[in-house]
Design a protein around this ligand. Structure first.
Ligand code: PRP
Length: 219
């Protein structure tokens, strides 16, 4: 019996499209509140978790596999097998500031207050630059920070840049380029290679096929 952790929310929808293309047994059932969802195959089920928690479930072996964002994976620092990057969920983790901030290099910031959902990655970024930042950890709507004088800067995900623009913020520096990634518990992979390896191979094959089609279409 294998379990796959999926993040509830937008990544899950695209994940299911790709899993379907690869012929993985998909979740079945109508009850949206169920957190353990069976599939057509009695040997595979899904766990629906908060996006930030997928790496925890997989690293601890509560799920054998999972789909998460590279941003979340690095923030959690989980020790898992990462066999495959997936072609969706593209975004970047960036430092952003109010558009009217004086035009000075980041390294000249003195103890900025930084609002973020990613304290580990934000802390590493500022430390590397010798900046002693005060981190203000939020769980969402991080862009509010500078607007209400809770923070001087933010470290948050940027996809289209719409949320930054709508809130008078500008991107200063990308910290991490992210996309969806398939992760596997290391012990599960060793124990259940015969079941897991074909699932990875099927997913890899449809991704490669799609890439080929796109590059042929571009020619
Ligand atoms: C994410 C992220 C940004 C926004 C970026 O927020 O934290 O706020 O999306 O997308 P954009 O560049 O396309 O505007 P999410 O919608 O997950 O909600 P949250 O702010 O509550 O975390």
């Amino acid at each position: 019996m294998l379990t796959v952790a999926l993040p509830k929310g937008r990544l899950a929808d695209e994940a299911l499209v790709w899993l379907g293309r690869a012929g993985w047994p998909l979740p079945v059932g109508e009850n949206e509140r169920r957190l353990i969802v069976p599939s057509h195959d009695p040997n595979l089920s899904y766990l629906l978790t908060k996006p930030m928690d997928v790496p925890v479930f997989v690293e601890q072996g509560a799920a054998d596999m999972g789909i998460t964002g590279l941003d979340v994976l690095r923030e959690r620092g989980a020790d898992v097998f990462e066999p495959l990057r997936l072609p969706f969920g593209y975004c970047r983790l960036s430092v952003a500031a109010p558009a009217d901030r004086p035009d000075r290099p980041l390294r000249l910031e003195i103890s900025p207050r930084v609002a973020t959902k990613y304290p580990r990655l934000a802390d590493a970024f500022f430390r590397r630059r010798g900046i002693s930042a005060e981190l203000i950890v939020l769980s969402g709507s991080v862009e509010l920070g500078p607007l209400v004088n809770l923070a001087d800067l933010i470290v948050d995900l940027v996809e289209t840049g719409e949320t930054l623009r709508a809130n008078g913020l500008v991107e200063l520096r990308p910290i991490l380029h992210s996309q969806a990634v398939l992760i596997v518990n290391r012990a599960s992979y060793r124990l259940h290679t015969a079941a897991i390896a074909p699932l990875i191979a099927a997913l890899r094959a449809v991704i490669e096929e799609r890439k080929r089609e796109e590059s042929e279409g571009a020619c």
